[in-house]
Write a protein that binds this ligand. Structure first.
Ligand SMILES: [Cu+2]
Length: 263
């Protein structure tokens, strides 16, 4: 029979390895500059997930290398291993612990998504039209002003993007906003963002949608409300008929905010 596993030592090694990996990985600015109220929350979520992953990785590595070292066959030992039936306590532990970790991750992500997608009154509604391989935008008001390839939004005001794919699935992604949302033909999807930094960013299609996918980008300008109003007032074109048609025809499948009693 083998002796008691040095559980305390293995746990200490696991914690030490978790600390080292986290100390290296967490300070790295994985997502780049943030420019929306969601950014710090998403970045924090990522840091927590990195620590959790580092813990699981360390635990597996410590046990693996312990087993490799401790149970290595002696030279010339051709005998079979001991017939071991199992270990109920161990099996319960390796089921319960990962379950708790995964449930914690799910609950935490849920609450962050719920928080960043909480709609507020007075939000600006912008229609987003995606097609191979271009973006265009419709602004509210009696004229339905239309902008091709350039999205402007005011600073510090929540924007509800109502997305309408015209052909295949595209995906709306402004890295600085930390928001990524699929545009699906036939349905309306919604992204909720509150930009909180002035500047010029890029909207990137992040769903492989055909030959021109890599070039499917648009300029995003976050400006003061006054500049924004001026810009919209200066738009010459109105949303073309077929695009307007898709707004009417797409089913409203807005993901109702979690916890708002929808679904
Ligand atoms: Cu696309």
């Amino acid at each position: 029979m083998m002796g008691r596993l040095p559980i305390a030592k293995m746990l200490a090694a696991t914690v030490a390895m978790t600390v080292v990996i986290s100390a290296v990985m967490v300070p790295i600015n994985w997502n780049g500059q943030g420019a929306s109220t969601a950014a710090p929350k998403i970045d924090e979520l990522l840091s927590v997930m990195i620590v959790l992953s580092a813990f699981v990785f360390s635990l597996v590595m410590v046990m693996l290398f312990y087993a490799l070292w401790k149970f290595k066959a002696k030279p010339g030992d051709e005998s079979d291993g001991e017939p071991i039936h199992g270990n109920t306590r161990l099996e319960v532990a390796w089921t319960v612990i990962p379950t708790i970790i995964v449930l914690f991750g799910a609950g935490y992500s849920w609450s962050v998504l719920n928080e960043i997608e909480e709609p507020v009154d007075g939000a600006l509604k912008v229609q987003v039209f995606s097609q191979q391989f271009a973006w265009s935008f419709g602004y509210p008001g009696k004229d339905n002003a239309w902008s091709e390839g350039e999205l402007h939004v005011p600073l510090d005001r929540q924007v509800h993007f109502k997305m309408h794919a015209q052909d295949v699935i595209h995906s709306f992604w402004v890295p600085e906003w930390r928001i990524k949302k699929d545009n699906v033909p036939g349905i309306t999807t919604t992204a909720i963002v509150t930009p909180d930094k002035l500047g010029t960013y890029q909207l990137i299609c992040t769903e492989l949608c055909g030959f021109g996918h890599a070039a499917m980008r648009a300029t995003v300008v976050v400006e003061t409300p006054a500049d924004f109003r001026k810009w919209v007032a200066g738009l010459k074109e109105t949303v073309p008929e077929p695009l307007m048609e898709s707004v009417i025809q797409d089913t409203e499948t807005d993901p109702v905010p979690l916890g708002a009693g929808g679904a």
